[in-house]
Design a protein around this ligand. Structure first.
Ligand code: PHE
Length: 507
């Protein structure tokens, strides 16, 4: 049974794959735009705090859970917990829902590679018209989605070491080199320094006129927390699954540290590549700084395409490099989401003493994802007349119902992910106890100081932060006021303490 499961060829192969899962659209697109919306430097500080006190802890816990049980998420949770058995289902349903729109966004990158490639030979396309052409053409949207899914299918079907690991071993270094090229180009644009100041000078977001007033710290906590989880591929079963293929002798604390560090570094570098370019291009074309679009899908597909458009002849070359980089990041994350789902079925069959063909399982997973993704693709971010709000005749168009992408995002990233992470922390910290994780981690010999740090964070910091993140995400999606935010946070916290108390009583 053991041999049927895949395993990594080497620790460095595992690391590149885990970093590949972490580094994705969340880093290159989400991080810069959330930083753009949520107050520049303040966001950065909060993000770094969360990455260390929450991200690192959950990363370690997930890798340990996977390696200890040697199982995919559903079975892994069932193996360690009585009360939270069902949490594994969240960790499988979320990646599925994420893939229904992640694949569409991956397809968008393919489209932009093609139009920039054509642009090299004349007629560099401008941002807005390219974007509108793409999302309003159902055949184009579906074609690029299918192309993306076919690429992912072949990689995942290739296996853990000869598919996923191999792709990341080439893809990750290539991505890094391309990112450096784009950073150099971005920082040498006139006025790029304004973008750098926005990112790194405290208070400059307001002083420089990018945003009107200082951001609400609690709201920033919610946004940064959600972003950090998504970016580190946490609470989606991905790290449990990747951890389940890892050798006992590998050091989990060190590996977790490297993954968190690399992911944060790439997010920062992506910020340095994207924000100064967008700001410089805006200023150079007479757009007031507060009107430069740093938020939403437009940043990646309109604002940045305009940057390449305005670079003249060489713009196409930089455009192709940039969108290939984003495509690699999207693929390396998508394959980890697909692996979570595939691993579940492969393990299930093995448990029943059956052998299933990996190719067949991955094929079924790909087809089911694609079937729902077709709706998201054809919807074109709500521009083709059948968004959830239009179909269900909602009176109000909010973030959760304005398009199918946001609808699936709301369920997965907005609700299941923070809820799953919070309950996971409650499970580890209060039900089964941190010792189980620490014993597993101990194979790699962590220090006493780490044990104390882990225990304190998983019991107290993670659940509290996650309650805020959950409340922040819900209010972001469903609309609401600050007061509501505090009420929802308080309710979630209260529920948490009840769970915690119950867990303790039984232990
Ligand atoms: N971490 C990926 C990103 O930043 C997204 C992802 C989330 C991948 C969860 C796998 C699991 O884009």
């Amino acid at each position: 049974m053991e041999n049927q499961r895949g395993s990594w060829g080497s620790n460095i192969g595992f690391l590149l794959a885990a970093v590949g899962s972490a580094v994705g659209l969340g880093n290159i697109w989400g991080f810069p735009f959330k930083m753009g919306k949520s107050g520049g430097f303040t966001f950065l500080l909060v993000y770094l705090f969360l990455a260390i006190f929450v991200g690192l802890i959950i990363m370690c816990a997930e890798l340990a859970l996977g390696r200890k049980t040697r199982k995919a998420p559903i079975a892994a949770y069932q193996a360690v917990s009585k009360k939270f058995k069902w949490l594994g289902w969240l960790a499988v349903l979320s990646p599925f829902l994420i893939m229904t729109f992640y694949s569409v966004l991956g397809g968008y990158c393919i489209y932009y590679i093609i139009i920039n490639l054509i642009g090299i030979f004349g007629g560099m396309p401008e941002g807005m018209s390219s974007f509108v052409n793409m999302i309003t053409s159902i055949p184009i949207s579906i074609g690029i989605l299918l192309a993306f899914m076919v690429i992912c299918f072949f990689i995942v079907a290739g296996g853990v070491d000869s598919g996923i690991e191999k792709f990341n071993k080439i893809g990750m270094p290539a991505l890094f080199v391309m990112l450096v090229i784009i950073i150099i180009r971005s920082l040498t644009l006139p006025n790029a320094v304004e973008g750098l100041k926005f990112m790194f000078v405290p208070g400059y977001a307001v002083k420089g006129g990018f945003i009107e007033s200082a951001p609400n710290l609690v709201a920033v906590l919610g946004t940064a927390g959600g972003q950090m989880f998504f970016s580190l591929s946490l609470a989606m079963g991905a790290m449990i699954t990747y951890g389940s293929y890892l050798g006992k002798e590998e050091n989990l604390v060190k590996n977790s540290g490297i993954i968190v560090f690399a992911d944060t570094l790439v997010a920062l570098l992506a910020g340095v590549a994207v924000i100064p370019a967008a700001v410089a291009n805006g200023i150079n074309n007479g757009i007031p700084v507060n009107e430069i679009s740093l938020g939403g899908p437009k940043l990646l597909f309109v604002t940045l395409q305009d940057v390449f458009h305005n670079m003249g002849a060489l713009g196409g070359v930089f455009g192709v490099i940039f969108y290939i980089l984003v495509l690699i990041a999207a693929i390396s994350s998508a394959i980890s989401l697909m692996e979570v789902l595939s691993a579940h079925f492969i393990d299930k069959a093995a448990e029943q003493g059956k052998t299933v063909s990996r190719k067949k399982v991955v094929m079924i997973v790909s087809v089911v994802i694609t079937a729902i993704a077709l709706l998201v693709a054809a919807d074109g971010l709500g521009s083709n007349g059948f968004s959830p709000a239009e179909i269900f005749g909602s009176a109000k168009v909010l973030d959760w119902n304005d398009c199918w992408l946001d609808f699936f995002d709301c369920w997965s990233e907005g609700i299941m992910m923070p809820l799953g992470a919070m309950l996971m922390a409650v499970m580890i910290g209060w039900e089964i106890g941190p010792q189980l994780t620490l014993d597993e981690v101990a194979h790699g010999d962590p220090s006493e100081a780490f044990k104390k740090f882990f225990t304190f964070c998983i019991k107290f910091i993670v659940p509290v932060v996650m309650a805020f993140v959950l409340a922040g995400q819900m209010i972001g999606f469903f609309g609401g006021h600050d007061v509501l935010f505090y009420i929802v946070s308080a309710v979630i916290l209260a529920v948490f303490w009840v769970f915690a108390a119950l867990g303790k009583k039984e232990a």
